[in-house]
Write a protein that binds this ligand. Structure first.
Ligand code: DQA
Length: 140
């Protein structure tokens, strides 16, 4: 069974409480449960969340020596700013798919700059909680 790592960046631990009109009413745990239900026994999924840029870089570096089929990442606001996460994604030899719950192109113009996405195989933006399982499914 293929293994996947799903990384969530800053403030995504606040889903459910945080701007639900944009991000939905579900918590990250509920999204994780929904994703696992959709994927069933087709894949093993490991979840990681951090509010700290360097920790996300460290987790990506670790993933480079682990046996994942692919990594799914929602870098949160770091998507728009982090050269360090971009560079860490480039270390990986497996597909990395960036997801955003909201459609970042329909929001403030500063969200149109996507630094980390340039290092990724693909990006999904605006599909809400479904992006996570769809990203996993695309690599099974
Ligand atoms: C987000 C979009 C980002 O612009 C924002 O900073 C987030 C969440 C999303 O999932 O829509 O934290 O990544």
């Amino acid at each position: 069974m293929p293994s996947f790592l799903i990384i969530n960046g800053p403030n995504l631990n606040m889903l459910g409480k945080r701007e639900p009109e944009i991000y939905g009413a579900q918590t990250l745990d509920e999204i994780a449960q929904y994703t696992e239900e959709k994927i069933g026994t087709a894949a093993k999924i490991e979840w990681y969340q951090s509010n700290i840029e360097g920790e996300i870089v460290g987790r990506l570096q670790l993933a480079a020596s682990q046996n994942y089929r692919a990594v799914v990442i929602n870098p949160g606001a770091y998507a728009h700013t982090s050269v360090a996460i971009h560079d860490a994604i480039k270390i990986l030899k497996i597909p990395v798919i960036e997801v955003h719950l909201s459609n970042v192109y329909r929001r403030e113009s500063f969200r149109e700059t996507l630094l980390t996405a340039k290092a990724c195989l693909a990006i999904m933006t605006g599909l809400g909680k479904d992006a996570y399982w769809l990203a996993v499914k695309s690599q099974i």
